[in-house]
Design a protein around this ligand. Structure first.
Ligand SMILES: [Zn+2]
Length: 205
């Protein structure tokens, strides 16, 4: 993606999603070439109720997205919409006569309205599919983590049991009250342990 980020939005996680969504849409829409993508801050658009959120410039093959005060998901959805306009342009649907005659005024032209309808429909669907894919991968990743952590816990508990039985002959307190170990949380509830570890892992970011 030919990205120029002129905005203050530098969150690496967001930029990674933008990159991934670009690849995802490119494949779905079978784009022959990448668009130029600009991220811009615009206080004016952010303040206006019906301010511009994004647009596509067919002659420059450029997507411009305004990002100020917008939810990242909303920005990505806009981007997905403009990617459809880019694909329409690559197919020659924005011919010059059409653009010159009507410009931005969608209401006047049924052909442009149709392009807009398609962009709304496909743009939203593509973004939705992208989101679902991310969630799916996320849960697969978590499933793997659970298996991995469970195995680690098994090993650790096995280790502790061995240590305990070898200590038993030496340590009086364990002989008197073997339950203390449990109270100390050494053999804490398995689910609680697993949950805490996963929580730690996923809140690190
Ligand atoms: Zn549009």
């Amino acid at each position: 993606m030919k990205l120029t980020n002129n905005s203050k939005l530098q969150d690496p996680m967001f930029l990674e999603h933008l990159q991934n969504l670009h690849v995802f849409c490119k494949e779905l829409l079978e784009l022959p070439e990448d668009p130029y993508v600009m991220l811009e801050d615009s206080a004016e658009n952010a303040a206006a109720l019906l301010g511009k959120t994004a647009y596509y410039d067919p002659s420059e093959k450029q997507i411009v997205v305004f990002v100020t005060n917008r939810h990242p998901k909303d920005i990505l959805r806009s981007f997905s919409h403009e990617m459809v306009h880019h694909s329409q342009n690559c197919c020659g649907q924005f011919d010059e006569a059409l653009m010159n005659e009507y410009g931005d005024n969608v209401q006047k032209n049924e052909q442009l309205r149709e392009l807009e309808r398609e962009a709304y429909l496909k743009g939203s669907m593509n973004f939705r599919d992208y989101e679902d894919g991310v969630k799916q991968n996320m849960s697969e990743e978590i499933k793997e983590e659970v298996v991995e952590e469970t195995e680690k816990l098994d090993e650790e508990e096995e280790q502790l049991k061995e240590e305990d039985s070898s200590e038993e002959t030496l340590n009086e307190t364990t002989i008197v009250n073997p339950g203390t170990r449990l109270m100390e949380g050494k053999f804490q509830n398995r689910d609680t342990k697993l949950f805490n570890r996963l929580l730690q892992k996923y809140t690190k970011v």
